[in-house]
Design a protein around this ligand. Sequence first.
Ligand SMILES: *Cc1c(COP(=O)(O)O)cnc(C)c1O
Length: 439
Amino acid sequence: MAQDHNRDRDYGFGTRAIHAGAIPDPVTGARATPIHQTTSFVFDNAEHASSLFNLQTFGNVYSRISNPTVAVLEERVASLEGGRAALACASGMAAQMTALLAILKAGDHIVAASTLYGGSVGQLGLGFERLGIHTTFVDPADPDNFRRAMRPNTRAVYGETLGNPLVNVFDIEAVAAVAHEHGVPLVIDNTVASPYLCNPFAFGADIVVHSATKYLGGHGTTMAGVVVESGKFNWANGNFPDLIEPSRAYHGVKFYETFGDFGYTMKARLEVNRTFGAVLSPLNAWLILQGIETLHLRMLAHCRNAVRVAEFLREHPLVAWVNYPGLSDSPHHALAKKQFRAIDGAPGCSGILTFGIKADDPARAGERFIDACEFLSHLANIGDAKTLVIHPASTTHRQLSEEELKKAGVGPDMVRLSVGIEDVEDILWDIDQALRKAV
Ligand SMILES: *Cc1c(COP(=O)(O)O)cnc(C)c1O
């Protein structure tokens, strides 16, 4: 089943998570996707070789451009997001970089949410600044903040479905409208929600990026990223001449004219990934594919466990506050309800939540809590089957200035949990015993 649907049926999410993009290997009959651990592919003859290089024939040349195992991952994530085409990259950071460098160059401008993952603030802020691309960060709580920050040279608007670590819900539809008024795409990092809980294209996003390192892989073993294109953005609106004019970087090809609704992905593949080289290995693609086969089951368990943990913390006498959009009194609950898949009658809000401990020195209590956990793992990742815990102000966000920390909403007392899929009674037990030791 290479297609998402046949004549008779549109397949459901779980079926596509297991099958999309893959068919039994026509040569060996292998049912699992083979790991094509090869750099290069033999040409049939000289004419075949030149037609491949001229992009007149689809096929594989060299694994920095395309690889059949990686291609299955690309098709699968495109299917789960309801997108037209996808490109896999070496990590989430590589996917964001590739997604943006496919449409931005020196002198261009981005408007982005100030509540992004710390690494993304670094990439869009400092990293791109060195390339002559400037980013304005705005509070995403009010979509008008994006409108006010738009400039004539703005070429992308950027946000996260669910912020990391604030788990604030991004109003995709409202900000997409702002981006489209200005003729630029909305790029959404859908890492924390995963395509199981939210499809940003359904609300008007144009490009979706993932750190597949997190929920897609799901087991904390493998770095990977994916860029997905909706296929609906009009690149011929005058703002993106590099997609219209002959490419100086690739044989004079006109990407939008030649490839149409997957022209952006082809440009990202041939002008960014091929040139800058942050490509995904076939083995890592295979490990992410293995993870995706259970994405729908894991996300259900992550959401159900996270609701239980959030309710437990809300009632706990040693906890000052808890932030989880799945709680009905969260200010983000209404937007979550609009954008996220319902689970047990409430919006599924993924596994990330934050809380603060009631103590004279809450920052110190946060650190003591983490040290007292028995099986909750203290590390800098999210989206693992295992429950993970971290103190952002002293770790993931320590490179941010005090002002940036404040803008990112990361207080000194904040503890972040990535709730795993262990037995929830055991997770609650570990949190409770660690809280008692922390104060
Ligand atoms: C982890 C993460 C990234 C970066 O992805 P890597 O795979 O670690 O490079 C980007 N965005 C979000 C929301 C993340 O959680």
